[in-house]
Design a protein around this ligand. Structure first.
Ligand SMILES: [Mg+2]
Length: 229
């Protein structure tokens, strides 16, 4: 059975240089009419967009009405696209990501997917910015569930439908940069390869007992062997 490798996006594949968080706040100002300076700092590490929206709507005194949420997210996506394609964009892919994905793509025993808190359209914008969108079969996204621990089955089910493979928990590895990635892997009985390229250092991640913990993904052959052994 091939390995099912489920990648987180922010802090794992890329650093958007703050553009993601800034776009969420742009949309608060544009649609909810509240200045970012009046909001408590956002804790985005391992968060889902659905959870972030709930927090922002609550902080600004808005009900989670479908029409307003859609208006908010549409605005967020517009601002995200603008920020990611602006001259001042300072985002980057994290060390080794491009090489690792190219290497894994050539392996018949690796099926690649996403497990991210980004809404699907936001994930697409971020991946397209770095030409990474063709690497992944499918995934689970921040518009599937508010609780990251509920996302795993969405990704597994969608990718199974494409590949015809029935993955057991031991075939699945989540690659992510926060304790919430480690927890959501555990929630489906999968392993987690934690990488210290986000806001958490390796020692802090190790405290949550991931299967493996690396400083980054730069040693392509070693990471590939680890994921596929
Ligand atoms: Mg992350």
């Amino acid at each position: 059975m091939p390995r099912l490798l489920l990648f987180d996006i922010d802090g794992t594949l890329m650093d958007t240089g703050g553009a993601g968080g800034a776009s969420l706040l742009d949309a608060v100002e544009d649609v909810l009419g509240v200045s970012r300076s009046q909001l408590a700092p956002l804790d985005l590490a391992g968060a889902t967009d659905a959870g972030v929206v709930r927090t922002l709507f609550s902080q600004t005194g808005h009900e989670l009405a479908d029409a307003l949420v859609k208006q908010y997210l549409d605005r967020y996506l517009l601002r995200l696209h603008e920020r990611l394609h602006h001259d001042s964009f300072t985002g980057r892919l994290l060390p080794g990501v491009e090489s690792l994905l190219h290497q894994l793509k050539t392996r018949a025993n690796a099926d690649l997917g996403l497990l991210t808190g980004n809404v699907r359209a936001g994930a697409d914008i971020k991946l397209q910015r770095f030409q990474l969108d063709s690497f992944f079969l499918e995934g689970a996204f921040g518009d599937d569930a508010e609780d990251r621990n509920h996302l795993g089955p969405f990704a597994t089910r969608r990718i199974q439908a494409i590949t015809g493979h029935t993955y057991s928990p031991e075939d699945i590895i989540v690659i992510g940069d926060t304790p919430k990635d480690i927890a959501c892997a555990r929630a489906i009985g999968a392993r987690c390869l934690a990488v210290a390229t986000g806001t958490f250092q390796a020692a802090a991640l190790a405290h949550h007992s991931p299967w493996q913990c690396l400083e980054d993904l730069s040693e392509t052959d070693r990471v590939c062997d680890l994921l596929l052994q």
